[in-house]
Design a protein around this ligand. Structure first.
Ligand code: SF4
Length: 199
């Protein structure tokens, strides 16, 4: 149930955003290493359990050759003391992430889709690269052995198709990724979303 604490959590951060455009060829040469990212993916529960995650049945890696440019969108959520000065149980961290990071991810995706559809000058043949696994459906149909329900809306993350996110944010945006310390229950000063649009 929604309460005052949740309302306060939702107001407990500020945002900054940076956007950079580069050729897909340059991005691919500097930051794509599928063998490295797929090894990291193997330790995630979604590996082979979500159509947006490896191993892939079609050659989604061709996307790096299909599109000419990539817009990289880096968003940081800077948390205030209300968040950073406490210790949390895992369930509380999940709640905070839903009210902050995942909420901003959803809003950013809506904004990107709106720009693509309304901006006459923006190419219409695009591929949005999100963060994390595709969560359009409550449970991905891959776990039921069925085809993707919304193949046109399915969202791959940059890392799922080989993009080295930590290297990208560091070298292109001078930003180090910070992580939640799940063992200690500590949320860092900021969390980062890196999304992309191939076009
Ligand atoms: S749209 Fe649904 S079925 Fe398709 S990848 Fe996303 S969560 Fe899975």
């Amino acid at each position: 149930m929604y309460n005052n604490r949740m309302l306060r959590l939702e107001k407990s951060y500020t945002l900054d955003e940076k956007i950079k455009t580069m050729s897909t060829k340059e991005y691919y040469e500097k930051y794509v290493d599928f063998s490295e990212t797929s090894e990291s993916c193997k330790i995630c529960d979604m590996y082979n359990n979500n159509w947006s995650c490896p191993p892939f049945e079609n050659d989604v890696m061709n996307s790096w050759q299909k599109y000419e440019n990539i817009d990289l969108i880096l968003t940081r959520l800077h948390f205030n003391e209300f968040i950073t000065e406490n210790i949390y149980e895992k369930e509380e961290i999940d709640t905070i992430l839903h009210l902050t990071l995942f909420n901003e991810k959803k809003k950013l995706l809506q904004r990107i889709r709106k720009k693509i559809s309304l901006d006459e000058n923006f190419p219409k043949d695009t591929m949005i690269l999100s963060t994390g696994y595709c969560n359009i459906c409550p449970t991905c149909s891959k776990q039921e052995g069925r085809p993707c329900r919304y193949p046109k809306n399915k969202l791959h993350s940059i890392e799922s198709i080989g993009g080295l996110v930590t290297k990208t944010t560091y070298e292109e945006f001078d930003t180090e990724i910070q992580w939640i310390d799940m063992e200690k229950g500590v949320i860092p000063e900021y969390l980062t979303l890196l999304m992309g649009v191939l076009y």
